[in-house]
Design a protein. Structure first.
Length: 195
């Protein structure tokens, strides 16, 4: 199995998942304008799965154009609430509004990964998990948000399932690694097919 890749993401959680699974990686963030790409795809009525996959592919392709003959892994996750795409918050008021919108409801978390080489995608996988948020009162939501540092909030969204975010949910259905942003089992299966 190939066990050394480039991760086109600054997500510490994704790097940790790769490290824990024996996949060494160099981190080179893609620095793409996710909102611009997302808005363009939404105008074309793209599905959340298509948006998640395209964002992962954009990231992997951008970095792999500069790093010839290296495998580059791009990843992205989006929240789909009854076909409404929920983006990462850009401030604390937005974070509160997102949690209030998800409160007491079931949503899909779509996680996509893409591996590119020499500027083109060679493999991709998309996973969907279902998460049901508890019915919380306003004070409970606010006290949860106080615990999250700004850097984490804007990088990973309104809940981190690997940390305090788990307490927000009454039911979590799906692959834990995919929910944290990286379906590593499928990545390992693909890498094991390469020489």
């Amino acid at each position: 199995m190939i066990n050394n890749i480039i991760l086109a993401s600054r997500s510490g959680v994704r790097k940790k998942i790769l490290d824990q699974n024996g996949i060494g990686c160099e981190v080179i963030p893609a620095n793409i304008d996710e909102e611009l790409i997302k808005d363009s795809l939404l105008k074309e009525k793209a599905s959340p799965e298509t948006i998640s996959k395209n964002l992962a592919e954009f990231k992997a392709n951008k970095v792999s154009k500069k790093k010839h003959n290296h495998l580059v892994l791009g990843a992205d996750s989006v929240i789909d609430l009854n076909e409404e795409l929920i983006s990462k918050p850009t401030n604390r008021d937005e974070a509160l509004a997102i949690l209030e919108k998800l409160n007491g409801k079931k949503h899909q978390l779509i996680s996509s990964v893409c591996i590119s080489k020499n500027g083109a995608m060679i493999w991709n996988y998309t996973d969907a998990s279902a998460l049901t948020m508890k019915q919380l009162n306003s004070d409970e939501i606010k006290s949860y948000l106080v615990k999250i540092k700004d850097k984490e909030l804007y990088a990973y969204g309104v809940y981190q399932i690997e940390a305090d975010g788990r307490s927000l949910f009454s039911k979590i259905e799906g692959d834990e690694d995919a929910i944290m942003g990286l379906p590593v089992k499928q990545i390992k299966e693909y890498l094991s097919t390469l020489k």
